[in-house]
Design a protein around this ligand. Structure first.
Ligand SMILES: Cc1ncc(C[n+]2csc(CCOP(=O)(O)OP(=O)(O)O)c2C)c(N)n1
Ligand SMILES: [Mg+2]
Length: 556
């Protein structure tokens, strides 16, 4: 029997019906109607300590699962506080749904609680769209629109605001009418299978065939996989491995694309696109395939990728395709669909006795570049590479890592190959300090029983340290690697390079271990790499988070 409830409660029931199990947020008098239905609907609510924390938790949850990360916030300051995570989710293509209350009336009444000039418009500057629902049906339609777009478009955050009076008004459960009834669809609610475009237009098999033949005939075929590729290919990495084998192709990944190609693939150049020499290699390739990447400035740290004449570009985002070179081939598909077809085409054509010439790449050549780049990375920010190696070797299989804007992460991203795609999350595009702790909490909530770890710098930790309380409350076995170099070191070095006398780059730090303990977390300060490894192993078995405090003085 369809039930009538206040709209605030209906929204939670609808979200549950559409597959949402967890909501991150903070209640207030304005959005309390949204809290009426949460428990009854069977949804777990995680109470953050700041809306920025709630937003990053929703982001971490979404990146860990591919499901939407949902957050409830209040009018005005609640929404403003979550706008930074929305901006982060926008730049990194994360499916996040923020639902807030809003004032019923603005123009005629000044000085209302939580009033701001244009809340909807403000949110729109950091997300895909921001809409107001003035009726129950509008709210339901917007929720379904958001969920549908997460599945079919490049996933990006959306904001729905509902006037307080509407949240309080009783509404019919009409959203149930649209409930998908067939079981297959129910189970598949959030998985990206095919784009609507892919359903309407058949795969352009002639283009895929041409690509397969070109890959087989090329001297130096080269794939670049990005974060979109990692997200869409997910666990179907095996088809990538056989594509690489059939084509004997070399691979670059972006930082977010790590893990799409297996780390032991002998022609893996790694996540080294920021090394200037990578441009030469792209240039040298006679068949470049870009999968789920827009080769953004934050991937390359230069304006141009390299020549890549007549590249094949697989991307679900038409905006990315619109920036291609006129000679490029554009395939508006998700990576999984395109790679599956490419795999069949490669098998067909290699069986058809198309002679595969000796590849222009060799394992030795690739290893030579990689060794040199590793030495460069080590020289740029000395002392971090050995800590990365020790850390990597003690992590349980399938550990998901959330990193922050710290030198430790900048180094790690270039020297740390991932075994699986989608297991290292960094605030890449927006570059927000304070991301790692709450995002890792969201990831740990999403993957109970599986290992999750955060890496953060001493300054960045200050931004969201209060969320430690959430990790303690939820008993999450989360190691938090805190890299304390005693300053805003990346900024200090940048000032020195710009011949600015370094200033405003040292903040007096608290005793981080005592601070963590005050929250009820565990804390330790290992002095050697072996002690660090023991601490990390113990942290994964603990009944709450552990702050693992490291300084550059750590000894081998
Ligand atoms: C919200 C926000 N404010 C400011 C910055 C600029 N910023 C980037 S790194 C950094 C210093 C970070 O210091 P720390 O966390 O100690 O990392 P380190 O570079 O020392 O390893 C600052 C202020 C930012 N990225 N995000
Ligand atoms: Mg620092």
């Amino acid at each position: 029997m369809a039930q009538t409830r206040p709209l605030g409660a209906q929204i939670s029931h609808m979200l549950k019906d559409r597959g949402v199990d967890v909501i991150f947020g903070i209640p207030g008098v304005h959005n309390q109607e949204m809290y009426r239905g949460i428990e009854e609907a069977g949804i777990t609510h995680v109470l953050a300590r700041h809306e920025q924390g709630a937003g990053f938790m929703a982001d971490g949850y979404a990146r860990a699962t591919g499901k939407p990360g949902v957050a409830y916030v209040i009018t005005g300051p609640g929404l403003c506080n979550i706008m930074t995570p929305m901006g982060q989710a926008y730049s990194d293509s994360v499916p996040m749904l923020v639902i807030s209350s809003c004032l019923d009336e603005m123009a005629a009444t000044k000085g209302q609680l939580h009033q701001m000039k244009d809340q909807r418009g403000a949110a729109e500057t950091v997300c895909d769209w921001s809409e107001e629902a003035r009726t129950a049906d509008a709210a339901y339609a917007l929720v379904d629109r958001a969920i549908a777009e997460f599945k079919t478009n490049r996933p990006r955050p959306k904001h729905i605001q509902v006037p307080i009076q509407q949240l309080e008004t009783h509404a019919e459960e009409t959203f149930a009418r649209w409930r998908p009834t067939d079981k297959g669809r129910q189970e598949n609610k959030f998985s990206i299978t095919r784009l609507p475009g892919a359903i309407k237009q058949p795969m352009p098999l002639d283009v895929i065939d041409t690509l397969a033949i070109r890959l087989l005939q090329a001297e130096r075929p080269l794939f670049v996989f990005g974060g979109g590729g990692a997200r869409q290919l997910g666990a179907s990495g095996s088809s990538v491995t056989s594509i690489l084998e059939l084509a004997n192709a070399a691979v670059f990944t972006t930082y977010a694309g790590r893990g799409v190609a297996p780390p032991d693939w002998p022609l893996l150049f790694g996540s080294s696109l920021a090394r200037p020499e990578s441009a030469k290699l792209l240039d040298a390739s006679d068949c470049v395939v870009l999968v789920g990447t827009d080769l953004a400035e934050v991937d390359l740290w230069r304006s141009e990728a390299g020549q890549r004449p007549g590249a094949y570009i697989v991307n679900i985002d038409p905006e990315v395709l619109s920036q291609s070179h006129p000679k490029d081939w554009c395939l508006q598909y998700d990576a999984a669909t395109a790679m599956a077809h490419l795999h069949s085409a490669l098998e067909k054509h290699s069986a058809n006795a198309l002679k595969r010439p000796k590849s222009g790449w060799s394992a030795d050549l690739v290893a030579g570049y990689r060794d040199r780049w590793r030495a460069e990375v080590d020289a740029e920010r000395p002392g971090i590479v050995p800590v990365c190696d020790a850390l990597r070797s003690c992590l349980p299989e399938g550990t998901m890592i959330y990193s922050d804007m710290t030198q430790f992460a900048y180094t790690a991203k270039e020297v740390w190959d991932m075994e699986m795609p989608g297991h290292w999350h960094h605030p890449t595009g927006f570059g927000t300090l304070g991301y790692a702790t709450p995002a890792a909490i969201g990831g740990a909530v999403a993957r109970k029983g599986k290992p999750t770890m955060a890496i953060i710098g001493d300054y960045g930790f200050h931004y969201t340290m209060q969320e430690l309380g959430v990790a303690v409350e939820l008993g999450l076995p989360l190691p938090i690697i805190l890299w304390d170099n005693g300053k805003l070191k990346e900024i200090e070095e940048s000032m020195v390079r710009a011949q600015i006398a370094p200033n405003a780059v040292v903040a007096r730090n608290p005793d981080f271990c005592k601070l963590a303990e005050a929250f009820g977390a565990y804390a330790c300060a290992p002095k050697t790499l072996a002690e660090m490894q023991d601490a990390v192993r113990a942290a994964f078995d603990a009944d709450g988070p552990t702050l693992i405090y490291l300084t550059p003085e750590i000894s081998a």
